[in-house]
Design a protein around this ligand. Structure first.
Ligand code: ARG
Length: 480
């Protein structure tokens, strides 16, 4: 097929191998609808500005609209010989309209054409991925709501540390995902600029109207510099970075779930909708979705890295290197949204085993911090209280009993601090019940059920409001 840039009278000298090598059609065919949309806006503007005759502009826009409808119905098939989807659209227009079709490319270049179609697609991706993050948050919140008083150990260094609730642990994931959602929202606001009319790099000598095409395409404004508009892919990097942060969070939550599902923890059973069996071991119930999400994070981090390296040291303005961006981007979007969907199903499939979680609090002296804090309330300086609490733990260890089983002689044998502080061992014992430890941690962000229930209600409201806005196509970040 003749190239757009080819001398009309001669065949191109391009070797077939290089031609195949350069082609991006298999990837950028996914921008067909976005390019048609941008081409319609461009042709309409050319007509309005008198660069094209009214009738020709209308004929072009109509033909492009027909192609758009055919594409939506799955009836438009890009010529596999095309160099890319953008070349195909002009060639097809010319095939259908003859000479008139050849007029569409006045005042634009493939460089701004690619950047515009891609930008329209990235804006959509920001929005769709943000919505998928909120769906995952909703799954988390639903499980948390049923477990605001399900006591379990919280861990540091993979060692049992202090009593918390399952809801509190789940809300830790939720807090991270809420920030992730906001990264997609912020990134979209910055991406809300239209490259169209930037031409190859220096705009156009024709009297085009960039404000008009930007606003017809629903962008907040035209991009501020024509070279920047065709040379920079930072919107794509921002999308990738938001995906990478999110995937880091999902991978950690997945690791937690995989641990909880093991016999060693036994904190959850993963229901049939999200667990798999083994081909040889009939007893197995494997948390495969958790493992695969963890695994897929590697690909997302890699794509972010690739997008950055792609642009490092690249001379201004457009270079063909940039064609690599689309494949990385589509892979990012597909991978990340698939992971979010699987994650939501996985979380919904968790069946907490409250007895096992509660039992795990019996070993490990998780209330030791609270012994020290109890003494602080009695006027003992923290470091002294810490030493006394440590001595009490050692005493209980030697006596093979839990802190919640301590008696008068244990307190007395451990340290004189307890007596000097006037401690009643019965009062201390009650103070150390895991439920009491959690309940008094009622400061902002703490695990007390009253606090987590408040946080659940807030997060639920934020998620449902934002989903509603996203569904209605609400665009924020307009800064004309
Ligand atoms: N397929 C190319 C891309 O995606 C189109 C731009 C080609 N521009 C050029 N000046 N060769 O980047």
């Amino acid at each position: 097929m003749a190239k757009l840039w080819q001398d009309g009278t001669k065949a191109s000298g391009l070797s077939p191998e290089v031609e195949t090598f350069l082609s991006s059609l298999s990837i950028d065919s996914r921008l067909l609808d976005e390019d048609l949309q941008a081409s319609i806006a461009h042709a309409t503007m050319l007509g309005e500005r008198g660069i094209l005759g009214k009738q020709d502009a209308e004929a072009i826009a109509d033909c492009l609209r027909t192609m758009r409808a055919e594409a939506a119905a799955g009836e438009l098939f890009p010529d596999p010989e095309s160099e890319d989807i953008h070349s195909f659209i002009e060639a097809e227009l010319t095939r259908r309209l003859g000479e008139v079709g050849k007029a569409v490319h006045a005042g634009r270049s493939r460089n701004d054409q690619v950047a515009t179609a891609f930008r329209l697609r990235i804006v959509k991706a920001f929005q769709r991925t943000e919505a998928a993050v909120y769906s995952a948050i909703e799954a988390i919140v639903q499980l948390a709501e049923k477990n605001s008083d399900s006591l379990m150990p919280g861990y540091t260094h993979l060692q049992r540390a202090q009593p918390i609730t399952l809801a509190h642990h789940l809300l830790a994931w939720g807090a991270a995902l809420e920030r992730d959602a906001s990264r997609f929202r912020d990134g979209r606001a910055r991406a809300d600029e239209c490259p169209l009319g930037s031409g190859a790099l220096a705009g156009s000598g024709l009297p085009i109207d960039r404000e008009r095409t930007a606003s017809v395409l629903g962008f907040a404004r035209p991009s501020r510099n024509t070279m920047d508009a065709v040379a920079d892919r930072d919107a794509c990097v921002e999308y990738a970075a938001a995906c990478a942060n999110l995937m880091a969070h999902l991978s950690r939550a997945c690791e937690d779930m995989a641990l909880w599902a093991s016999s060693e923890y036994g904190f959850v059973r993963v229901g049939d909708s999200a667990s798999t069996g083994s081909s040889i071991m009939p007893q197995k119930r494997n948390p495969d979705p958790a493992e695969l999400i963890r695994g897929k994070s590697a690909r997302v981090f890699g794509n972010l890295q690739a997008l950055l390296v792609l642009q490092k040291g690249l001379a201004y303005a457009y270079n063909r290197d940039l064609q690599e961006d689309k494949e990385l981007f589509f892979d990012l979007e597909t991978t990340t949204t698939a992971c979010l969907k699987a994650f939501a199903v996985l979380v919904s499939a968790l069946e907490p085993r409250k007895d096992r979680m509660r039992k795990a609090l019996d070993e490990g002296f998780l209330e030791a911090t609270d012994v020290a804090e109890y003494l602080v309330l009695k006027g003992i300086p923290f470091r002294t209280a810490y030493q006394a609490a440590k001595a009490l733990v050692q005493r209980c260890l030697a006596q093979d009993k839990r802190l919640t089983e301590l008696e008068a002689e244990d307190v007395g044998a451990a340290s004189g601090v307890f007596a000097s502080a006037g401690v009643s061992w019965r009062e201390l014992r009650a103070y150390l019940e895991p439920g009491a430890c959690v309940a008094r941690r009622n400061q902002t962000g703490g695990p007390a059920p009253e606090r987590t229930l408040e946080e659940i209600a807030r997060l639920k409201l934020v998620a449902s409001q934002r989903m509603k806005e996203l569904r209605s196509g609400f665009r924020d970040g307009r800064t004309k």
